[in-house]
Design a binder for this molecule. Structure first.
Ligand code: FAD
Length: 418
């Protein structure tokens, strides 16, 4: 079976590795970026995503590039602790939670794809423009960005993992699916700051309220990743188009928002001010889609379910999509249309709940918790946060009991799958 993948981000690369592990070898990835550089800043991979990468044989590689997160702590804007809980193996999971640079993770996956599927499996500078399918095959139109030439490729199926502005999704839906925003903006940076090691040295902290919050965690022994989220005075003011991850802004300008946020355990102002490159990202997601799989074409990762980057689940859900898709294809190798429909049925509605939960976390949860903290009801705020976190883990698939005990999605390769 010939499989085409649009986009070699975290979702597309994990899909290639998962399909290969399930016995498929004729896989071609088309990536629009001319060069796959180590872009982005830090992301967090909770144990449900780490389990999948470990089962793909990437445990050692991940341990080499990531830092195990030991706890998650919530503070109010005055720096007073509301609630903390253990994370990863410290909490009793069989797999760690990792904080890791997004670009390093992408390169780990890329190197594994090239090693396992061959150096020509991923071609860069290849932008997928359009796709159509008939009963037997898929046709995808791809522009080579260097020569500006267009080629039509044929495959037995196509996976659209081409991110938040997916061209495959546009082709399937007939027009671009609008991106939604809550009018907030996120600033992100990763700062070499060995001297600013804070709390356990493996802590992830969330500080603030509904007017502004800051998240920080180390992604290696000498780098602290941070992000700041605040509403724009007027929705759409950021000037950065929705879905653009690469827009740089002035660190000094952003640091003034945390002028007062200098706690004895971490000086956020100094952290932000000393960051070389700060990125601005207006919060963007899509409404849950009514369909991911259309015959021989399906969507995966942000193309299927772009969500607000709250709760460490953007990359995680893409990784899980990839594993479930490979599982379903291995079990229905004779009929890819049935396999893609089974993948849609297994994933779409459960991920929609995570998308909607991220919207709530971004808004009303923060407002409720902060109102309690302002009223000095820190105990109630703690209970509220614990309930929200416990529910979220169940929705996203990482409550300890379920994750530690559920069967693996690894499958034995069969002759039918190649
Ligand atoms: C440059 C960049 C920086 C990011 N930085 C962060 C970050 O700092 N923090 C965070 O939480 N999330 C970040 N993300 C998003 C995060 O990686 C995703 O939410 C998550 O990993 C889901 O992965 P995905 O593979 O579905 O999408 P993505 O990781 O977005 O990957 C999609 C891939 O498809 C490619 N592509 C897009 N259009 C086409 C096309 N028409 N044809 C072929 N290829 C195409 C893109 O170049 C990209 O490589 C970033 C994404 C990108 C692209």
């Amino acid at each position: 079976m010939k499989i085409a993948i649009a986009g070699a981000g975290i979702g597309g690369l994990t899909a290639a590795l998962s399909l290969h592990a399930a016995g498929f070898s004729n896989i071609k990835l088309f990536e629009a970026a001319r060069e796959i550089q180590q872009v982005g800043v830090g992301i967090n991979l909770p144990p449900h995503a780490v389990r999948e990468l470990v089962e793909l044989g990437l445990g050692d590689g991940l341990a080499a590039i990531g830092l195990p997160t030991a706890e998650l702590c919530y503070y109010d804007r005055s720096g007073e602790l509301i609630w903390a809980e253990a994370r990863g193996t410290t909490a009793g999971y069989r797999w760690p939670q990792y904080s890791v640079h997004r670009g390093r993770l992408q390169h780990l996956l890329l190197a594994a794809v090239r090693e396992r599927l061959g150096s020509s499996a991923v071609t860069s500078g290849q932008r997928v423009e359009a796709c159509t399918a008939d009963e037997d095959a898929v046709s995808l139109t791809v522009t080579d960005l260097a020569s500006e030439t267009r080629t039509v490729h044929r495959a037995n199926l196509l996976i659209g993992s081409d991110g938040i502005r997916s061209a495959v999704r546009t082709a399937l839906y007939g027009s671009p699916v609008p991106l939604a925003t809550n009018g907030w903006v996120m600033y992100r940076g990763a700062t070499p700051a060995a001297s600013m090691r804070f709390l356990s040295g493996r802590s992830m902290v969330i500080v603030g309220d509904e007017a502004q919050r800051v998240v920080a965690y180390p992604i290696d022994e000498s780098t602290i990743n941070w992000l700041m989220v605040r509403p724009l005075p007027t929705a759409g003011d950021a000037g950065t188009p929705l879905g653009n991850w690469n827009h740089e802004v002035d660190a000094q300008d952003i640091a003034r928002h945390v002028q007062e946020w200098r706690f004895d355990w971490l000086d956020f102002h100094a952290l932000v001010r000393s960051t070389k490159t700060v990125y601005e990202y207006p919060m963007a997601d899509i409404d849950p889609l009514g369909q991911w799989s259309f015959g021989r074409i399906t969507l995966l990762g942000d193309a299927a379910h772009a969500m607000y980057p709250f709760g460490s689940n953007g990359a995680s859900q893409a990784i899980i999509d990839a594993r479930v898709l490979a599982y379903q294809l291995a079990h229905h190798a004779a009929d890819p249309v049935v396999a893609l429909a089974a993948y849609d049925a297994a994933r779409r509605e459960s991920v929609a709940k995570v998308q909607l939960a991220n919207r709530r976390q971004a808004g009303d949860v923060m407002a409720r918790v902060s109102a309690l903290a302002r009223a000095r009801a820190h105990g109630q705020a703690r209970d509220e946060l614990k309930t929200v976190e416990d529910n979220y883990k169940r929705l996203a698939g990482f409550d300890i009991e379920t994750l530690n005990n559920r069967p693996s999605w690894s499958v034995q390769p069969t002759a039918a799958s190649t």
